[in-house]
Write a protein that binds this ligand. Sequence first.
Ligand code: ZN
Length: 398
Amino acid sequence: MTQLILAEAALTPEGDLGRYWLRLAQGRILDAGHGHPPETPDLHLTEGVLAPGFVDVHAHGGGGAAFTEGADAAGTVLTAHRHRGTTTMLASLVSAPIPALLDQAERLRPLVETGELAGIHLEGPWLSCAHRGAHEASLLSDPTPEAVSAVLEHQAAELLRYVTLAPELPGALEAVARLQAAGLVVGVGHTGADVAQTRAALSAGASAATHLFNAMLGLHHREPGPPLALLEDSTAFLELISDGVHLDPEMVRYVWHSAARNGGPRRLVLVSDAMAGAAAPEGRYALGTLNVDVADGVARLQAPDGAQGAIAGSAVTLAEAVRRSILDAGIAPGEALMAATANPAEMIGLADVGRLLPGGRADLVLLDPAWQVNSVMRRGRWLGEAPGPGPQTDAPAG
Ligand SMILES: [Zn+2]
């Protein structure tokens, strides 16, 4: 059975918002096109914006659960994010000893093999102690040749897609080259690197910034850090946590326009960096071995009374990051939506999500005029309530 959907405003594969139709069958997009559909649509969306389901390449948890807690908990995380529009996720794992990380990855294998998860992101343990953020200091280590071999020669390596590391650590540049050669995306992050060390990592094969500006040196005039090298590189993907907490909306706007002038807006990748407290009530949650308190929409490491802990992941979903980028940072809606769909898919090499093209997955998000998620379809099925059929008065015959 096929279903024809016509949207008056959809994110086209080119990144514009325009009239677009889709024919769906068996969880996939069978056919799609601009303008008038070939026959009367089964569903005509006259309000809001239809977009591909969101793709989040950096998230640790949500719905009260975390990816480090095994497959059942991961199912809770995926459900929480899906109902808020994110239909494709990598599971980000925080720093731990290598054997423990590989064990956590193996426990998620069933979800990767069935396509519920797009793969695994190792955020650590090869990170700078001085820029560790919410990673436990005692669990950080250097990317020695032996450590890299331990990862790449383990069967869990086939589940991995993305590794974040600090390029100034001993052995890091060789590690970047080996990880990239093994087909993994390498992101520069949680780092004390300077401009030159960051450029060296990009030359060695790194292709992304893990949450640009957070947990790294900034754009200081005498001490420019990784952002300068990453912004100047015309191909590196730039993760941004546009939650109104990790980055000022003014900085989101500056980075956006700077990257757009140098390589184009396709380099921008919105991520949630969500921890367990995203899409869940506020309170105390675990992030790896550390406690994180979520209050007033901000996740912070547990701190003694009166003190303020470091920000530790976010409490937002990708949909909220899109909304804030558009409404607070003034990003063009088409560009903000591409940064949550096509761009992250391209960053980690997923061909069948992120764009409404024939052959792609039937993963859809319908946003209302205030950029809130109204309805979500994953693999051809509406989660929760399907959108209403709407008026079908102007459906042309051909
Ligand atoms: Zn991080």
